[in-house]
Design a protein around this ligand. Structure first.
Ligand code: SF4
Ligand code: SF4
Length: 362
């Protein structure tokens, strides 16, 4: 029997959903177990950092990294796994684009710490003590990871070989990725393991002339199950979102939330969706337009829900001196940053012969 592959799974600033998604492949996990030994998977088994550190560089075949990078421990693990693994996969939209954790980039670090440790109604902290990166205890120095100024993508720290988007990635694409790894038929490095079409391109709903007078929230109507949801006034992110999920949400009469991130041509998913919204509004009247747009609840959280860290906005612009301005946010305390482009990741588009072909370079 051929030598088994060596896999690692790691979670950083993550909800755990991506780890659960690995189990969503159900009994196929037994095929994965036949194919590969798992050397690291903290959600499922105990391990020690020193065991990982002791492995020779390049020992692991693939490391799947989920979650955004929000603190110095997560940065350390990103760098360590990059060294230990031949192939590093950004697994899930948090690792690919910052995901939902990067919506916290709308707040600065001090605001977040203040709210979490002093402000919430369930917090009992009369002395107002905040976590310290270092504390001198009688037993010796205790340390905590440094909390960065924002949530970042994996590729903000280390070169990433493949991007497997989704919140979480679907079982179909997880399996396709594993099969491609096993057969050595991966597309060129830097590819996104998903379709290079929009969700709209794969959505079976009837599309006619997209013109709407007003936007509505999902609970306010019972949508027609056949017609395009955007044409019914629901903000559906399909026009700005990469396909690959099988249009699952529109299939369940729910608008697409945008979790697969933008397609290759789109620089900023939220901006693309804003442009789509502007083009379907059926009015030339300024006041009518203002009222219609005013009905969109939480526009930033709607249009940039999964990709604030990857967006042109980057986060909220803070007052001078309080934090980095939008677009130039940098990891406080990070040793260095390296985008995949800067680190020389190949830029060729996906190969048509691969079982995961179609994604293309980001
Ligand atoms: S991509 Fe979604 S499922 Fe995965 S860790 Fe982030 S929030 Fe959770
Ligand atoms: S906007 Fe939404 S509902 Fe309409 S075609 Fe696109 S994905 Fe389907």
């Amino acid at each position: 029997m051929a030598e088994k592959l060596r896999f690692a799974f790691w979670w950083a600033a993550s909800c755990g959903g991506c780890d659960v998604a690995v189990l969503d492949i159900h009994e196929k996990i037994l095929d994965v177990a036949k194919l590969a030994d798992i050397y690291l998977w903290p959600v499922a088994m105990d391990f020690k950092y020193r065991d990982l550190e002791a492995l020779p560089d390049g020992f692991l075949d693939v490391a799947f990294f989920n979650g955004a990078v929000r603190n110095s421990e997560q940065e350390h693990m990103a760098r360590l796994l990059r060294r230990k693994a031949k192939t590093l996969v950004a697994f899930g939209s948090c690792a690919c684009f910052g995901g939902i954790p990067s919506l916290a980039n709308l707040f600065d670090r001090e605001e977040i710490l203040d709210w979490v440790y002093r402000g919430t109604y369930s917090t009992e902290n009369p002395a107002g003590i905040l976590p310290q990166p270092s504390f001198a205890a009688p037993e010796g120095e205790l340390t905590l990871p440094r909390f960065f100024s924002g949530a970042f993508r994996l590729e903000d720290f280390v070169p990433v070989d493949y991007f497997l988007p989704g919140c979480p990635p679907t079982p179909e694409w997880i399996l396709r990725a594993v099969e491609a790894i096993a057969s050595g038929q991966l597309p060129p490095r830097g590819a996104v393991l998903a379709l290079d079409k929009t969700v709209c391109d794969t959505c079976p709903r009837q599309k006619s002339d997209k013109k709407v007078k007003e936007f509505r929230r999902h609970h306010e109507i019972i949508p027609d199950p056949e017609r395009c949801l955007l044409e019914q006034g629901l903000i559906c992110m399909g026009p700005a979102t990469r396909g690959g999920c099988g249009a699952l949400c529109p299939g369940a009469n729910m608008p697409c939330r945008g979790c697969y991130g933008p397609t290759r041509e789109v620089v900023d998913q939220g901006a693309k969706m804003l442009s789509a919204v502007a083009s379907i509004l059926d009015s030339d009247d300024e006041e009518e337009i203002r009222l219609a747009l005013g009905r969109i609840e939480d526009p930033v959280g709607t249009f940039w829900r999964f990709g604030m860290a990857a967006s042109l906005l980057g986060g909220r612009a803070f007052d001078a001196g309080s934090a980095a301005p939008a677009g130039s946010r940098s990891p406080v305390g990070a040793t260095a940053t390296a985008t995949s482009a800067a680190a020389g990741v190949e830029t060729a588009s996906a190969s048509g012969s691969s079982p995961v072909a179609g994604g293309g370079k980001r």
